[in-house]
Design a protein around this ligand. Structure first.
Ligand code: GAL
Length: 668
């Protein structure tokens, strides 16, 4: 079996811990830390993420002694180490001696050392130096009892526009297009006299006087993701060759635009994420759940790791709200409920110096005898009661499709409206399912959809012929499909598909359009039965071509024309939504398509603010609201967290969680 989270959890159970930066502390503190960690149930620490300058203080001069001692200490306390390759922050000597390793922005400005991430992913010196150090680390710690996992780099996302990057981009393009003719055709360079006559003329999309070619920018994004992935892969291969049984991961940043996480996840043993929910936003619980579901999708349904979260305030928002007591526990358990088998934090001990002095940690500046650390300890210990959850899956009959290429292509300058965004559109559609306790898998374009009764495509601006054919076939075989506005518009080169839109989905949807019409003010729409709702931002001049009109516009220039359609196609049904309905209307739509698909939530009715999700045989119920709520249950259940038995209902104070198994069940 492929390496994965089970490689860690089989030995250690659910994982609990965080980033540990021992180089910031004298060694006396390490011993206290190890004891405190044990006491709190910590069994995994990520070490060495930013240790390059400590490990290699001068070019070629290595100092691993301190790390040897630290790993021994962790092994003695039976704490696993997720050992990082410190490639996210090269030491000043690298940039000083080899300035070509420093990244250059689109204006040609060099980004200097003094922070972190100052590397060019295409610099040969950076590659050489980083891989040398990774090789030395792997050779030294192969077989070490503390070594539990490899953590490659950190939050990959660095982009560079320098000449070396330009050269690497050209090689990537040659590979893709063969000759310049192919490139010119794909980029549509007859527009604005952009035709290339020599490969040397081809550049990254550097700052230019006006809107840069969208196809060039799309390829650049593809290239940047691939180039960083190549660096990840090169490190991974060094590590795998020396420590074949040790999983390799890196940490994602949720719905982060900079890398195509679908492609990356294929190359990892463990999918890991960093998650810092925005405290003041009422949509945060849903947005976070969506991110967790995305991670589960990236892990192909298998468990994933919450690599970083905060116990309280972060330091990098302009106004950093602390979390009220109970909040980080609620967030941790939310991740667990949605498939995480490890709950880790940034970071173990709060830094005294440096840019993150004011970032919360598991041990605050005030020390371990604090409200916050006590809560950390209790949470670490209570996880033992949930150990039976490890390895289990979250069953879902609904899929939402999301792809990075389409996201990139959609959100270029010079489109009908900047206000239609792929990630926000995804969230809009996700919310009503979240509120109904309906589990959703996030899947990539082109995914095998056979396991799903309902597939929602909130936006798929760029679609390949094969992906479109896959959606068509899914419906013909009996699936229910919902497609959101401005989908099926462009091909993989970001060229507009000619004909009525969405050209490749026209047949399956039984509807098509001829104009996109963003609106300034919301418009009124009317369901077939007469009830009205509003829609905002976006409308389309549509005609039904066999589809039934479920809702039409009731005001504005499109009054009387279709806003939402539903089409029987083969054995299935395909819905098209040409606008952005208000949340209540989207919720009504969700109810109808769920009924079409025969899917229901895990509980019959959920009070507002309550999340419910089933993982394995445990039903997690989480109260994100500010009121105490009573949630009706269909059967008698035991709460693994409190040990109490719930008869017919469970009452949850704000931020409380129940982990319920049918009375007599075996999990836990
Ligand atoms: C992450 C990063 C950590 C730390 C943390 C602070 O982006 O991986 O090193 O900076 O944010 O929230």
């Amino acid at each position: 079996m492929k390496l994965g989270m089970h490689t860690l959890t089989q030995r250690r159970g659910l994982l609990f811990g965080g980033d540990y930066n021992p180089e910031q502390w004298p060694e006396e503190v390490w011993a206290q830390d190890a004891a405190l960690m044990r006491d709190a149930g910590v069994n995994l620490v990520t070490v060495g993420v930013f240790s390059w300058a400590r490990l290699e203080p001068e070019p070629g001069k290595r100092d691993f002694g301190w790390l040897d001692r630290l790993l021994e200490l962790m092994a003695a306390h039976d704490i696993g180490v997720d050992l990082a390759t410190p490639t996210a922050s090269p030491p000043p000597w690298l940039g000083h001696r080899w300035p070509e390793t420093l990244p250059v922005d689109e204006h040609g400005h060099t980004l200097w050392y003094g922070a972190r991430n100052q590397f060019c992913p295409s610099s040969s010196v950076y590659w050489e130096r980083s891989l040398d150090l990774v090789t030395a680390l792997a050779d030294r710690y192969a077989g070490h009892p503390a070594l539990a996992m490899w953590h490659v780099g950190n939050e990959y996302g660095q982009v560079c526009f320098c000449d070396a990057s330009a050269a690497a981009f050209r090689s990537w393009l040659r590979e893709r297009y063969g000759g310049l003719d192919g490139l010119n055709e794909a980029w549509g360079t007859t527009f604005w006299s952009q035709g290339y006559s020599d490969w040397e003329e081809v550049l990254p999309p550097r700052a230019a006087p006006y809107i840069v070619n969208p196809s060039q920018r799309l390829d650049w994004r593809r290239f940047c993701s691939d180039q960083m992935l190549a660096h990840f892969r090169a490190q991974r291969d060094v590590l795998r060759a020396r420590t074949p049984g040790v999983p390799v991961t890196t940490n994602f940043m949720g719905l982060f635009k900079g890398i195509d996480s679908w492609a990356w996840a294929e190359e990892e043993d463990v999918v890991a994420n960093d998650c810092y929910p925005e405290p003041g936003d009422p949509l945060t619980p849903a947005r976070t759940a969506l991110t967790h579901d995305l991670m589960r999708g990236l892990a192909k349904g298998r468990p994933w790791l919450l690599m970083e979260q905060a116990t309280s305030a972060v330091n990098w928002r302009p106004h950093n709200l602390p979390k009220p007591p109970g909040q980080f526990r609620l967030e941790s358990l939310q991740a667990l409920a949605r498939g995480a088998d490890g709950l880790c934090y940034f970071q173990w001990r709060a830094s005294r110096f440096g840019a993150e002095r004011f970032h919360a940690a598991m041990v605050p500046h005030a020390g371990p005898e604090t409200r916050l650390h006590r809560a950390v300890r209790e949470h670490g210990r209570e996880l033992r009661r949930l150990s039976g959850v490890a390895g289990t899956e979250v069953p879902a009959r609904v899929a939402m499709m999301f792809g990075w290429e389409s996201w990139w292509a959609l959100e270029e300058r010079g489109r009908p409206s900047d206000r239609l965004n792929a990630d926000e559109q995804l969230l809009r559609y996700y919310v009503p399912f979240f509120e109904r306790g309906v589990a959703v898998d996030v899947v990539p374009p082109g995914a095998d959809l056979d396991a799903y009764a309902l597939v929602v495509v909130p936006n798929l601006f760029l679609v390949s012929d094969e992906q479109a054919a896959g959606l068509d076939a899914y419906v013909r075989r009996g699936g229910v499909l919902v497609v959101g506005p401005f989908s099926g518009v462009a091909d993989p080169r970001a060229h507009i598909r000619i004909g009525r839109f969405p050209a490749p989905l026209r047949e399956v949807l039984g509807a098509s359009g001829e104009e996109w019409q963003p609106v300034g003010e919301p418009v009124r729409c009317r369901w077939q039965g007469g009830a009205e709702f509003t829609a905002d931002t976006w409308t389309e001049l549509l005609a039904a071509e066999g589809a039934e009109v479920v809702a039409e516009y009731a005001s504005g220039g499109l009054a009387g024309l279709p806003a939402v359609t539903r089409h029987r196609h083969g054995d299935g049904l395909a819905w098209y939504v040409g606008t952005m309905p208000e949340p209540a209307a989207l919720a009504a739509l969700a109810e109808r398509v769920l009924a079409d698909a025969g899917v229901t939530g895990v509980l019959p009715a959920l009070p507002p603010g309550v999340e419910a999700v089933r993982r394995g045989e445990v039903l997690f119920v989480l109260n994100h609201g500010t009121d105490t709520v009573r949630v009706e249950l269909p059967e008698r259940a035991d709460d693994l967290l409190t040990g109490a038995t719930a008869e017919g209902s469970v009452t949850l104070a704000p931020r409380e969680v129940a982990a319920l198994v049918p009375t007599g069940g075996a999990a836990g």
